[in-house]
Design a protein around this ligand. Sequence first.
Ligand code: GDP
Length: 202
Amino acid sequence: FNVIKARYVASAVRADQYPPEDLPEIAFIGRSNVGKSSLINSLCRHHGLARVSASPGKTQTINFYAVTAKLPDERRLEWYLVDLPGYGYARTGQAQRRQWTRFVEEYFLRSSRLKLVCQLVDLRHLPQASDVAMYDWLKTHDLTVQVVATKADKIGRTHLARHIAAIKNGLQLETGGIIAYSALSGQGRNDLLDAIGQILLK
Ligand code: GDP
C-alpha cells in the first residue's frame, strides 16, 4: 500500500462545502503544533501539501485532499485525507473554540464515509486534558481511532516503550496500539499506511 498521488481538493467550515465525491475518508486530528501538517506531507511524500506553520492555531478550516494509493496487486484506491483544525491552542478565544467544536463535531457526526480517525499526540509528553477529552469523545461516538505519537525522532530508542506506555495509560486506550511516527525520518510511515490500508479494504 503506497501513496502515488495526493492533491488538495477543498476547504470547508460547513457541511455544504464538503466535496461531493463518494470516497472513504481518513481524518487527522490533534493539538495545534503536534506535527499534523508535517505528518500529512510525509505520509503523502508531498512537501507543501499541508502547510507547516510556525505559528500554531492557524488552520481553522477542514481541508480535504484526494489521495490515490496503489495496492500490492497494482489496484488503485482513492480516498480523502481529511485535515481537521488543531485543538487546545491556549491563545484561541472562547468564541473561536465554540466555532471549532461546532464544525468539527458536525463533521464527525455527519460523515458516513469516515472510516478512521488518526488522533495525533506528541510522543514526548503525557496526553493533555484536551487530548483525553478528544479521545473519549471519539470513542463515545463509536468512531475507530488510531493513535499516532508524533516527533518520534526526539525520543531515544531506549525511552520509546516507556513513553508509549505512558500515553496508552493517559488516554486509557481501549484497543489497538500506538504508532510512533517521525516526519523527519519516516519512522512509522509504513505502519500507518498499513493501518489505513487495512481499514479501507475492510
Ligand atoms: P501542526 O500545527 O500540527 O500542523 O504542526 P506542524 O506540522 O506545523 O509542526 C509543528 C512543529 O513541529 C514544526 O516546527 C515542525 O517542524 C515540527 N515537527 C513536526 N513533525 C516533526 C517530527 O516528526 N520531528 C521533529 N523533530 N519535528 C517535527
